[in-house]
Ligand binder design. Structure first.
Ligand code: NAP
Length: 470
């Protein structure tokens, strides 16, 4: 895949980049290893000062950066601005909390026959981050902020279609005052990931992206015995029960499906509604999907811009055509408009069955499928009938049902009466083919640390009894 900025509203190639040569890559890895040797010794207070400065740069550059993100991958400019605000908040969150999250944890010294014992959280080293284009700033930042605050250095291999955003990230950390080479952007294709991951100087990897890419990185990392965090695909269920506020659920359903032009891992993708309220919910949901404005992403009045790539739109249209060809009904949308760019309209289908590809595959565009079920057990069964397990949503005001969904939806995250979203305070991640490990919160920062046990015996050199193995 060429490393290039291609405007999804026109298909025009605006800028291309040569990938790093092998010699340049070698130099970057050597610099990362060298940077780690001193950066790991910096204090939390110093890192926090740099991280807060990074947040200030983001605030100052919001408009320019938002325009760049919109140009590279088509998200609406208002969504891009919000994403940058979230990145700044994420930087400030880890600046504030990293030290306390990674504070040495005392251990009962008498129980381990020591004079003192504790656990320290230490950085791993250079961490490779393979990132997707859909939230080109936030995905990278929610790796970078905790990883750098923990004392690691970052090596970003960003998606090939967002090279300018990727280069901005390297510049951001430099401008914020972080030492040279603490965060580097590597302009390379995915064919170089294996060599980087196998390099002895690279300690760990995190990949956010598709399940096949995750499998590939996981198997290489497994062979190289390196730790990984994988945030992969999702086909989140959105269950609506009779006690729900249907108006609110339908409005949120349309947003949950079409946010980021339908290209979010945690977008609700399969809508499962109880038969008692199916007719009413279908009408409300169809109205809400139909009311979304498809158009120029630079226009503040636009709700849904183009898909990021030509291939992405082809994939979506193929999944819709497959379902319709096998008998699904189009309630809204279903056909790409005749205009330049890779636009695809908000689309709602009913009658999706197991023989249709989209029943099991992730649809990475603004296409919702509506299923009707007779009761809660059937809702749970359908919701869990997927290889994925990232987010999940249930709408019900019945406390017993809320407990059932919280317990039995097989996903990394369950949101009741609200839309799945990421917050710095909440662990983010999935189960099954949606990946493993957690980002954000204290769990996210510890993924990039090793827990080192420290045991200190009596200072009396004559007494070795405490150290005797049993
Ligand atoms: P993708 O093709 O997997 O690309 C993501 C990143 O992985 C890019 O940097 C890509 O590089 C690289 N890559 C692709 N194949 C690779 C391989 N075999 N080995 C190593 N690296 C590889 O994903 P996408 O289609 O662009 O993004 C959409 C997917 O990401 C969806 O499935 C979505 O659900 C998932 N996603 C998950 C989360 C989450 O937090 N769970 C968040 C966002 C997106 P190139 O660009 O150079 O190919």
């Amino acid at each position: 895949m060429a490393i290039a900025t291609i405007n999804p509203t026109t298909g025009e190639t605006l800028k291309t980049f040569e990938p790093l040569t092998d010699a340049e890559l070698e130099d970057r890895l050597a610099r990362a290893a060298a940077a780690f040797r001193s950066y790991r010794l910096t204090s939390f207070a110093q890192r926090a000062q740099w991280m807060r400065a990074a947040a200030d740069v983001l605030d100052a550059e919001t408009d320019t950066l938002a325009e760049l993100m919109t140009t590279e991958m088509g998200k609406t400019v208002k969504a891009a601005r919000a994403e940058i605000g979230k990145c700044a908040a994420g930087c400030r969150y880890y600046a504030e909390h990293a030290e306390q999250m990674l504070a040495p944890a005392p251990v009962d010294a008498a129980a381990v026959k020591a004079s003192s014992a504790y656990v320290v959280w230490q950085p791993l080293g250079p961490v490779l981050a393979v990132m997707p284009w859909n939230f080109p700033m936030w995905q990278a930042m929610r790796f970078a902020a905790p990883a750098l605050m923990a004392g690691n250095v970052g090596l970003l291999k960003h998606a090939s279609n967002v090279p300018q955003t990727a280069l901005f990230l390297e510049e951001l950390f430099r401008r914020a005052g972080f030492p040279d080479d603490v965060f580097q952007t590597l302009l390379v294709g995915s064919d170089k990931v294996e060599a980087i991951l196998r390099d002895d100087r690279v300690a760990a990897a995190t990949l956010t992206g598709s399940t096949p890419a995750g499998r590939s990185v996981a198997s290489i990392a497994g062979d190289a015995l390196k730790t990984t965090v994988l945030e992969l695909g999702g086909s989140d269920p959105f269950v609506v029960m009779p006690s729900a506020d249907l108006e609110k659920a339908a409005e949120v359903a349309a947003t949950a499906r079409c946010q980021n032009n339908g290209q979010s891992c945690i977008a609700a993708k399969r809508f499962i509604v109880h038969a008692d309220v199916a007719e009413r919910f279908e009408q409300l949901f169809a109205d809400a999907m139909g009311a979304l404005v498809l158009g120029d992403p630079t226009d503040d009045g636009t709700d849904v811009g183009p898909l990021a790539t030509e291939q992405g739109r082809k994939d979506v249209q193929e999944l819709v055509d497959d379902a319709v060809g096998k008998g699904a009904t189009v309630l809204v949308g279903g056909t790409a408009p005749e205009r330049p760019g890779w636009y695809y309209p908000p689309t709602l289908l009913s009658g999706v069955t197991k023989d249709m590809r989209m029943y099991y595959e992730e649809v990475f565009g603004p296409v919702a499928q509506l299923h009707v079920v007779p009761d809660l057990d059937a809702a749970l069964e359908l919701a869990n009938d997927t290889e994925f397990g990232l987010g999940s949503n249930a709408w019900t005001n019945d406390p017993a049902e809320q407990e059932r969904f919280a317990r039995d939806l097989n996903a990394g995250m369950v949101f009741i009466n609200g839309m799945t979203a990421s917050y710095p305070e909440l662990p983010f991640g999935g189960v099954k083919s949606s990946g493993y490990g957690r980002e954000l919160s204290d769990l996210g920062i510890r993924e990039f640390c090793s827990a080192k046990s420290v045991w200190i015996g009596e200072s009396d050199a004559g007494d070795t009894s405490t150290a005797r193995p049993e």
